[in-house]
Ligand binder design. Sequence first.
Ligand code: 5GP
Length: 134
Amino acid sequence: MATIFTKIAAGEIPSYKVAESDDFYAFLDINPLVEGHTLVIPRHTEADYIFDLDSETYLGLMEFAGKVAGAIKAAIPCKRVGVAVLGMEVPHTHIHLVPMSSEGDLNFSNPKKELSAEQFKDIAGRIAEAFNNL
Ligand code: 5GP
């Protein structure tokens, strides 16, 4: 059975898309630590654990995530974009990209931001525009 993230990448479940390619998909985390918190996933493999990916997918995912991080940095005021892989909840490899102003922003025990649909759309649009201008 397809994972929820496979369905998101296929457009079967809605998401706030920030970037995509044939092989990878980036969208806003629905329970963000901060504005601009983004998830990057491979479309065609549902491996649960990032280090179980085949090399081509792993390297491609990291390269794509690096570009998305560049777009986040350009669109969202932050000191740098933190990178994390947890997988405690969804068993489909995903990289968290979190715009950070301080170390504490990458604490996944922090309360999550509650954003409106308009805010999500605005943030995704800004990152998507920056991605297209890379
Ligand atoms: P993890 O598996 O890395 O521990 O956590 C999964 C992450 O995916 C969480 O930050 C959670 O908010 C996010 N997430 C779970 N389900 C959905 C969903 O349906 N849509 C979006 N955009 N994010 C989700």
